[in-house]
Design a protein around this ligand. Structure first.
Ligand code: SAM
Length: 232
């Protein structure tokens, strides 16, 4: 019988084999993270659970030296083709194949909730991050209506791929208890930019990397974008 971790790996391999890049957001949705991390030229960036490499590519274009890991061999092969300038390997986020304090920037986008031991995965990211590293995570909000009234009660979430969500307080508690300091929390911007893209007079010259102010409570966000650093 397969372990839970193997089940998750197989589920993602199947998702990438059947849906490819269509499984994820389009390229421009990743510009927000490049805008937030604003990498210095030649600095090392690690994307944990990088999938097919969309953020690796954006960060490489912005001047960073990109590294990625993912549990899915199929995703890693896609990453190698899409972003040959990055170094990408198959690995579990709970046991990163890197030295201590190697990276100036660490991200984990739409993936922490998929991990079996989130604390272990975060502590590994802290270990491989430099003392002055910047972290960026995007995580799902369990208080968003889509999760609260649809996905959770109707069991529409992908159980095999370990899809999950937590509320804002629980995410904050998890990060701080692991030894991270929260610098900012933003709502996921993609629902707004996707809407703008659809409206002809509004879709010119969109700067997808720009942080916006929204007139609603953070608790209503579809996902949260956290920016963090090591707590000393
Ligand atoms: C929703 S996808 C997001 C991919 C990518 N971060 C992006 O936003 O384009 C979640 C990813 O997490 C990976 N993943 C899940 N559990 C993992 C683990 N324990 N270690 C490494 N990768 C993992 C999956 O293989 C998948 O590629």
């Amino acid at each position: 019988m397969m372990s839970k971790q193997e089940d998750i790996q197989v589920a993602f391999d199947d998702l990438y084999k059947t849906r490819g890049f269509r499984y994820l957001r389009p390229r421009e949705a990743y510009e927000i993270f490049t805008g937030i991390l604003a990498p210095g030229n030649g600095e090392k960036f690690l994307d944990v659970a990088c999938g097919p490499g969309l953020l690796l590519k954006e960060m490489a274009k912005a001047g960073a030296i990109s590294y990625g890991i993912d549990i899915s061999p199929h995703a890693v092969n896609m990453s190698k083709q899409y972003c040959p300038e990055a170094e990408v390997v198959v690995a579990n986020a709970e046991d990163l194949p890197f030295q201590d304090k190697e990276f100036k920037y660490v991200s984990c986008i739409g993936s922490l909730e998929r991990m079996i031991d989130r604390k272990k995965a975060i502590s590994e990211q802290i270990r491989v991050a430099a003392d002055d590293a910047k972290f960026c995570y995007m995580v799902r909000n369990s208080n968003h209506l889509s999760w609260k009234i649809l996905m959770k009660p109707l069991k529409l979430y992908n159980k095999k791929a370990h899809q999950d969500a937590m509320d804002l307080q629980n995410w904050c508690d998890l990060f701080t208890s692991c030894g991270l300091r929260i610098l900012s929390i933003y709502p996921d911007h993609w629902p707004y930019y996707r809407l703008r893209k659809l409206i002809p007079i509004w879709n010119r010259n969109i700067d997808y990397s720009k942080i916006r102010k929204f007139p609603f409570s953070l608790n209503r966000a579809y996902e949260f974008i956290f920016v963090l650093e090591k707590d000393d």
